[in-house]
Design a protein around this ligand. Sequence first.
Ligand SMILES: [Cu+2]
Length: 290
Amino acid sequence: MKPANRKWQHPKIEGDGSIVVNRFWFFFFLTAGIAAVVSFAVSPAMNWWFPGPSLSPLGRQIDDLFYLILVITGVTFIGVMGVLCYILWTFGAGRQVRGIFTHGSHTLEVVWSIVPAGILLFIALYQLDVWARYRVKSLFDQDALARPVAEVTARQFEWRIRYPAPGKVLKDTPQPDDLYTVNDLHVPVGKPVVIKLRSEDVLHSFYLPHLRVKQDAVPGLIIPVWFQCDKVGQNELVCAELCGWGHYKMRGQLTAQRNEDFGAYLQELSNSQFDDGVPVAKAESSKSEE
Ligand SMILES: [Cu+2]
């Protein structure tokens, strides 16, 4: 039987030790490098990385961190592809250059350990401030923390939202005059707000993509999450943790509204949820008869 043609799989080592690498691999890695350069060039116009500009001040800082890391990894990738292409071209097909096999270059190993370690350390220190603002409770806006807007309980497969009655402070245990909605979270715009996140069953993840907020909901824990939405309007609230067969159904919405509209919304909720079925006008007239 004829041996299989393996010229695409392996570099050929000639009798004198020179290596012949097919040009295919040069073009293969060149294409990868060019694809990276092109995607860098067109991505700002195509808006590939995010679902839109961040609507929160902290989200904008998170975006900046993302871009910093993207630039570091992107430049590294393009540099590696460049060196690879240079080597493949220089020692490639038709160039009878003798390959040099080396092992254990101390200097090289020190350099490629210290440089990435330095870059990682830089990123680790540089992002500390954003991380702390995002997660450290003592750095939250303390007024917002003292008066959480709502409790959000994730469960298979919906977001249950509990607000305190207008003018009251949210308690960890449900109160008789609390207000409830499902998949519909309203918050005042333009100021830090805190929600208390819980889970009734499994791990879920509270995700507001347009605000760059993501926090796991963990059974047994009450986790305060803060964010600030700077634009009036509706945004997506989704679950970012595969939580069961109906995970895809866990879509809600975040409505940011002006402070007075938010107050009116809570009042309206209260009126509708505590409606006893007696028309208001009739109730008042029967009162006056007494
Ligand atoms: Cu979920």
